[in-house]
Structures are given as structure tokens and as C-alpha cells.
Design a protein around this ligand. Structure first.
Ligand code: SF4
Ligand code: SF4
Length: 430
């Protein structure tokens, strides 16, 4: 299906917008610009105009589509249930097909992300250049800018890249037994941020699952990415290839559920059925895969701790929702239940915890002018809690808030839910 036909599929959806404006107070980009073009109502009106032939998506008007975080806060506020997140993705795909994007973006999204070995080799080079200080030198000298300002900023955002990735530590195809009585068999979906940037979080996820009675299976031939980045930026073929490969791997794995700890990956894996469920080649596989996927917190909350497992965490903490978990998958309860249930914890709810932190995948790199003030607002709310740790449910928030607290010299630790659960349930040293 070409991109115009794909966009036209959303005609009924954009037409449902009643122009009520309930989306305005919840939209981070509307709060920044205070302009009709920068909120779901205006964005959907533009897309409706394009489908009806009254408006065009050109270099100027695509700005408003690209500035959408796709956070889904407007979806929560919208009585008509207009899925602005999907509509924006379809508009970007339409624009990419009509006008094209930069070569660098095309290489990253369509050339690199689907090629695990190449991606892995490049990340090793980046890890080495980070370690030797070469990448910082290149950034300071402006050489990294020659590859695009975005790459130079990305290099600066990441504090360090581990030289040993998740799959170097736990090989694909490994099956790890439950610790104690086996109650479940689960597959573990390793997202690219876990694989290349935060393997520690992946190892903690596996450990916690095992402590909760799960035998954990790692896919024998994992893809490098769930497909969300190329989908968000309008690279339809690369997305489809990744979705198909992942869906087949998820269905093939002999397990009851496939768990992931990355909020955004979880959301997109759940979208497989909705977005590709009528695909003539793998629609049924996409639907079955989506049904099998569970978010880590939901799994742990449902499974419940095995008898005798102590979970204590005597710290002052707060929680930052993953936008896609809370707004698009309506999963806000389980992480809070888990955290509040920890012995000795002082849990402080943060104002606007469900507001985007400005990370939004590559948004922080592609739109620093918008991302930074959104982050600043988040950090103000974080400071007001007085918490010593902020717990996140997605690696995108992890990267963005870590950059925020580091660059402002804040003494707040950023932790992923999996790290907290691992530390809380770690057996006492003999
Ligand atoms: S809340 Fe929904 S229906 Fe109302 S203006 Fe926004 S997108 Fe349209
Ligand atoms: S997805 Fe987020 S940024 Fe985009 S229009 Fe909706 S609330 Fe605003």
C-alpha cells in the first residue's frame, strides 16, 4: 500500500475530531508554542486537509507534524478517541515517500536499524571512541557535526557506551532456569537500547523474572529493533520488515508470554496486531505476537512474588510514567503497585508524572529546541518531590532524564524499574 492510501485509511479517524480542544492543556508542544498548529486539533486538521486535497505537506507544514512527540497525551484527553500518534506516523510516511528525508536519516532508520550485525559493529566503534575520548574530541572540534548536528548531540547525550553488549553477556538462544520453583516460561524481548546502551537493565530484568519463578528464554535469532523508530519517522518498508521478523520470532518461541521492560518497545509490539493485523502475508502472526507480549511490571504484578521472596527498598523515590505505556496502553497501575509494595519505601507521586520528558525516541536529538524546555519542566516537578531516585519504565526516559540531572548537577539517581526490583529482591549476602 502506498503512503497516500495509508494516510487515507485515517480519514474517518481525523474526521472524528470535533475540534473540542480538550487536547490543548495536555499537549507538551502546545504548552511551548501556544499555537493551534502545535496541538492535536491543528495537526489533525492539517492531515484532513491533505487527504481532501485542500492542503499540502511541504517543507514548511511538515514542521508541525515532526514536532509532535507522539506521546499520546492527547489520546487520553480525547473523548472521540482520535489516535493522533498513528495519524502523525502516517503523515510522516506520506511525506517521506513524496519528498524524501535526509540521507543520514534514511541510512539510520532503513539502512542501519534493521541490520543487527552492522549496527553492532558501529556501536562497538562508538564505544571505543567514547572510551578513548576520540568522540568527545570530534564533537568539540566540530567534526561530528559534519555527520549532522543531530549525531553530534546524540554523542554528547550518551555518557558512556558499554564495550560489552547484552548479547555478549547472555548469548541468543540461551535458556535460563527459574530460581526456585518454576511457575512460568517466558521469552525475553531485548530492545536495542538494552542491547547496546543498558545491558545491565536487561540482565536485571532476566534476574528478576527468574526470581519470580520464570524460566527465561532468549530468542535464537533476535532482530535489532522492535520497529518503532522507523515507524515513527515514516520508513514503512524497514518497519514492516522488522515487524514481520519480530512477530515470527515471538510466535515461534515456545513460551506463554514474551516480556519486555522497555515501555516504548512494549507499546509498539502491542501495536503489531492493530497496524499489521490485516496484512495478507503475516497478519495473523502479527496479531498472535501482539497478544503474547506483556510489560515487565504487569507480569510481575500478576505473577506476585513467590513465597519467601523479600522485597525491600528503603529509599525516597518517585516514578516517571512512560508516555506510551500510560497513554496508549493504559498501564499506569502496575509499576506503582510494585514500587509502593516494597518494604520501607517512601514513594512520592510526581506532578505531571505522565507528561513526556522530551526524550520521545530520537526527539531529543532531532528537536533540541523543543525537547530541552519540556525536560526542564519535568526536572522542576522532579525537584519538587524531594525524591532521591526517579524510577522510569522506558530507556528513552532513562537517557533523557539522566542527561537532564547530569547537565544540571542534580543529586537525583535515575533507575529503571527492573534495577529497583532486582536490588529490592536481591538475596542477602551470606
Ligand atoms: S480532544 Fe480529540 S476531538 Fe477534541 S480537538 Fe483534540 S483531537 Fe479533536
Ligand atoms: S501526541 Fe503528544 S505532542 Fe503530539 S499532539 Fe498529542 S499530546 Fe501533543
Amino acid at each position: 500500500m502506498n503512503a497516500l492510501a495509508e494516510l487515507t485509511r485515517y480519514y474517518d479517524e481525523v474526521s472524528r475530531c470535533s475540534r473540542c480542544g480538550f487536547c490543548q492543556p495536555t499537549c507538551p508542544t502546545y504548552k511551548l508554542e501556544d499555537g493551534e498548529a502545535d496541538v492535536a486539533r491543528g495537526r489533525n486538521a492539517l492531515v484532513r486537509g491533505v487527504i481532501e486535497g485542500r492542503a499540502v505537506l511541504d517543507a514548511d507544514s511538515i514542521r508541525t507534524v515532526d514536532e509532535c512527540l507522539r506521546c499520546g497525551a492527547c489520546v487520553t484527553a480525547c473523548f472521540a478517541g482520535v489516535r493522533t500518534d498513528r495519524i502523525m506516523a502516517a503523515a510522516r510516511a506520506f511525506y517521506a515517500e513524496q519528498k524524501g528525508r535526509s540521507r543520514l536519516a534514511g541510512f539510520l532508520m532503513a539502512g542501519l536499524l534493521p541490520r543487527r550485525r552492522l549496527l553492532s559493529a558501529l556501536m562497538k566503534v562508538l564505544a571505543w571512541s567514547k572510551r578513548t575520548g576520540l568522540s568527545r574530541l570530534a564533537r568539540l572540534a566540530g567534526w561530528a557535526g559534519a555527520w549532522g548536528r543531530g549525531l553530534a548531540r546524540a554523542e554528547g547525550l550518551v555518557k558512556e557506551v558499554p564495550t560489552s553488549f547484552f548479547s555478549d553477556r547472555l548469548k541468543p538462544g540461551t535458556v535460563l532456569p527459574a530460581l526456585g520453583e518454576k511457575k512460568f516460561t517466558v521469552g525475553y524481548f531485548v530492545g536495542c537500547r538494552t542491547e547496546f546502551l543498558y545491558p545491565r537493565i536487561g540482565l536485571d530484568t532476566v534476574e528478576v523474572l527468574r526470581r519470580f519463578g520464570a524460566e527465561v528464554r532468549l530468542f535464537a535469532d533476535p532482530a535489532s529493533c522492535c520497529g518503532l523508530p522507523p515507524y515513527s519517522y515514516g520508513y514503512s518498508q524497514a518497519t514492516r520488515d522488522l515487524v514481520r521478523r519480530n512477530a515470527e520470532a515471538i510466535v515461534r518461541e515456545p513460551c506463554q508470554w514474551v516480556v519486555t521492560e522497555i515501555g516504548s518497545c512494549y507499546h509498539f509490539l502491542k501495536e503489531y496486531g492493530q497496524l499489521y493485523g490485516d496484512d495478507p502475508e503475516f497478519g495473523e502472526t502479527a496479531r498472535r505476537a501482539a497478544d503474547k507480549v506483556v510489560y515487565l511490571a504487569d507480569f510481575l504484578a500478576q505473577a506476585g512474588p513467590p513465597r519467601g521472596l523479600r522485597a525491600a527498598y528503603p529509599r525516597r523515590i518517585t516514578f516517571q510514567d512512560s508516555c506510551q505505556l500510560v497513554h496508549l496502553q493504559k498501564s499506569a497501575r502496575a509499576p506503582r503497585e510494585l514500587l509502593k509494595g516494597l518494604e520501607g519505601v517512601d514513594f512520592r507521586e510526581m506532578e505531571e508524572a505522565s507528561w513526556c520528558c522530551g526524550g520521545a525516541g530520537a526527539y531529543t536529538v532531532s528537536h533540541p529546541g523543543q525537547s530541552e524546555p519540556i525536560l526542564e519542566r519535568k526536572l522542576g516537578n522532579l525537584r519538587a518531590t524531594g525524591a532521591d531516585e526517579v524510577v522510569v519504565a522506558c530507556q528513552s526516559c532513562y537517557l533523557q532524564i539522566s542527561h537532564g540531572v547530569r547537565s544540571r548537577g542534580m543529586k537525583v539517581k535515575v533507575k529503571h524499574l527492573a534495577e529497583v526490583m532486582e536490588e529490592a529482591t536481591r538475596p542477602a549476602a551470606p
